[in-house]
Design a binder for this molecule. Structure first.
Ligand code: SF4
Length: 373
């Protein structure tokens, strides 16, 4: 079930913590969308089979003019075998959301809206340097419902120095009360070369606390369990029947075509990524050359990716799957190495699957790395 990811590399304002590829100079947005159409034409044979998901990420795809978004979706439908029921997601920011834009997105074929809320508290949003305010954070969700978007997901960030446990509870309760069907929650991470890392280094702001993040993640898991939502991936929760099909296919190792600067693609055995530079990308595509680097994945690397991604999901790692796609020996070694995690109640072995417990989810990356071959 292949998918298409489109990276729209523009943002209104630079959030202090962000290390994605984007530019705040939006002058070339139209030229970029034309280049992405052209890249899709150049790479139409990269994926085969029915395209089941299309995902506009970034950056800020909600900055795209409506006619450009419509043209991109129409191009994909022309070049690829897009399933009539394909999930088409658009990432958006609250400050871009208007009734007119929502109607246009629907008309263009978007059927799942993802909104970068991050927090309903003004102080938190200011600390992150978000472009929207607390009033817009709530109002845009009502607007999206009025426009008929019932497949609605929002992002929240926890672990910021400005967010107390009570405020975190308020953010989660508020999100659940607004009728969304999917929730993604991320611990604030301090990435190198971001404004946040710089400010912390210069002691201009308080550093983030790993203990506080772990505690707020535990609280989150408890509240979402009480609310009856599926914790189907470390950072993702869904009401039954509303998992993200696009992200789920990444975690299942499906192939995907990534278009636009910095976008990654995967075809089952190799991973490639486009240049993370808007000017170079535009110039290269104009010359009919896709500017990318590529890495062929060894069977061990593919197995390690499977270990990492499967352990993050509620279905966990399937031992028979490892036997089938790699070897009996590797499956046996993984089960042997997992023993210590089973003993410490960090993992369960159920129906031939290794599944992280709530306690284990707090250290998912470390556990996965320990099981790497
Ligand atoms: S809007 Fe998203 S992509 Fe843009 S700077 Fe903020 S976090 Fe990064």
């Amino acid at each position: 079930m292949p998918g298409i990811y489109i990276h729209i590399p523009f943002c209104r304002k630079a959030c202090h913590y962000c290390n994605f590829h984007f530019s705040t100079n939006t002058k070339q947005i139209q030229a970029m969308s034309e280049a992405i159409v052209h890249e899709a034409e150049l790479r139409k044979d990269y994926i085969s089979g029915k395209v089941e998901t299309i995902y506009f990420g970034g950056g800020t795809p909600s900055l795209l003019p409506l006619e450009d978004l419509s043209k991109l979706i129409a191009t994909f439908k022309k070049l690829f075998d897009v399933d009539p029921d394909a999930e088409i997601t658009l990432e958006s920011n609250p400050d871009d959301i208007t009734a007119e834009k929502l109607a246009g997105w629907k008309e263009a074929g978007v059927n799942r809206l993802s909104i970068g809320i991050q927090s309903f508290f003004e102080e938190d949003l200011k600390w992150m340097n978000r472009a929207h305010n607390a009033t817009q954070a709530e109002a845009c969700i009502h607007l999206a419902h009025q426009a008929g978007f019932d497949n609605l997901t929002i992002d929240l960030i926890y672990g910021t120095p400005t967010l107390t446990d009570e405020q975190w509870k308020h953010n989660v309760d508020k999100a659940l009360s607004l009728g969304i069907t999917h929730l993604s929650c991320y611990a604030l991470t301090v990435e190198a070369k971001t404004a946040l890392a710089d400010m912390i280094k210069k002691h201009r702001i308080e550093d983030v606390s790993a203990d506080k993040q772990g505690h707020q993640f535990e609280l989150l898991m408890q509240w979402m369990q009480e609310a009856g939502w599926e914790h189907y991936e470390i950072s993702n929760f869904a009401k039954p029947g509303h998992r993200s099909r696009h992200n789920s296919s990444y975690w299942k190792g499906a192939s995907y075509l990534g278009l636009g600067p910095s976008a990654h693609s995967f075809n089952g055995t190799s991973r490639q990524w486009n240049v993370a530079n808007n000017a170079l990308y535009l110039k290269s595509i104009e010359q009919n050359i896709v500017p990318f680097e590529i890495e062929q994945l060894t069977p061990e690397q593919q197995l390690n990716e499977y270990i990492m991604t499967s352990l993050r999901t509620m279905e966990g790692l399937s031992v028979p799957y490892v036997q089938l796609h790699w070897s009996d020996k590797q499956a046996e070694e993984i089960v042997r190495d997992a023993e210590k995690f089973l003993q410490h109640n960090l993992m369960e072995h159920k129906n031939d699957r290794l599944i992280l417990t709530q306690k284990g989810k707090l250290m998912a990356d470390g556990i996965a790395a320990d099981l790497f071959r």
